[in-house]
Design a protein around this ligand. Sequence first.
Ligand code: F6P
Length: 517
Amino acid sequence: MSAVRTRCDRTSAWGRLQAHYDSAGRYFDLRQAFAADPQRFGAFSQPAPHIFADLSKNLIDGKTESLLLALAREAGIEAHREAMFAGEHINATEDRAVLHTLLRAPASTAVPPELASELAQVHTTLDAMLAYAEQVRTDHTITDVVNIGIGGSDLGPQMVVRALDAYVAPGKRFHFVSNVDGHELAGVLRGLAPEHTLFLVASKTFTTAETMANAHSAKRWFEQSGNVDIAHHFAALTTNVEAARAFGIDTTFGFWDWVGGRYSLWSSIGLPIALAIGAEGFRRLLAGAHAMDEHFRSAPLAQNLPVRLGLIDVWYRNFHHFTSRSIAPYHSALQRLPAYLQQLEMESNGKQVDASGAALPFGTSPVLWGEPGTNGQHAYFQMLHQGTDAIPLEFVAVRDPAHDLEGHHRKLLANALAQAQALMVGQQDAGGHRNFPGNRPSTFFVLDQLNPETLGAFLAMYEHRVFTSGALWGINSFDQWGVELGKVLAKDIEPRLASGDMAGLDASTAGLLARLR
Ligand code: F6P
């Protein structure tokens, strides 16, 4: 039985936070705060496993944080966190446990008796998946790996394979096909030889329309070329092993319904990662995430990085009413990080009702968006510095580069530091056009290197941060009913595109359909 949470707006701390915001929080000025407190950087920095976070350029002071921490306690975040780790069915609308943390728990972890068989299955599957990955890595007939999957079955593996490019052994190319748009698959297939290609069909449900269409087309392309060895050239990563077999794939790696799609890169959905960086690299990724799980579970709330971040997110969304947050990874290998985080945060917390189904009287997920620095600086940073909306920005910087090109990394880091500084300090100009208001909040993350452990820890930190804000908002962060309606309507419209049947359609849909036929 899951511990009862108290929705944030029903706590006494909520009212105190509103009073604090009205009297002081809305007028908070970072420049004054730094001038008044020489210890501010230390007080608002938070080391955590593999990550250092500077929170000091956020619009918070000691009082704000202590009220937010009181809110977290009153809302019952600790009990809810334990309910997740204990395997309670906190994903109530799907009646499922939420146990992605178990995927990175070492085999020797002490777990409650009811989770012992799950942990054993996790390790049996992990060992089999990694053994297969090592075998394929030494199979020089396979030069190209094509992952066919969408959403969580694409974004996580794709982002990690690109992020850890420096660890990818030469000799294999990795392709990711997600869109039902045939241009994508056709473009990839054009450069491939069937006898040198391994297709991974990645789908938790093995029913997702886009993935099934791409998988069928890939199989047809493979068979039409005269190849028959599906066992050597296709593997499926899914909780629905029967459907994969019915599709004709016998090489399968399973996982479980208690792994949400957007939390699944740690499961057999991570096979492309294991193929790219090897079994040892994959275990290092899991170890980094596990270290962050331990931190989230055991560090006091006041020194708990995911909790502090999640609380700032609530402060910004519900008191400052910021509607978006931008992320700027100052590392080009983290190019797909914003897209990955969009699914993680917006599919998890983009909800308008609480876990009981009651309408929420406050905002939930912000819009998350971004591009690697320094590219974003020459595109939309104008608006971040001088636009009419304040948008909290998140910097991710890596101390050690994975290349030896003279001078580049120093310039890159200088830009990250300068942008955070400029957002905060601003610049006075009576003429207006060169005026920077400043006092624009940012968070600055530092990783010593971009390696499997640090990346694993960073991603787990984000998962738990999303858990924290979702828990306070009282929502179910682990379902995604909002994606269903469009899927159903697309099934109705698809045959109409062939037949021209407009019966019952609204005038706009009918008009557009006529133009597209
Ligand atoms: O449509 C949304 C979604 O269900 C995501 O939550 C999920 O990651 C994605 O589709 C892919 O689902 P599957 O892995 O079952 O193909």
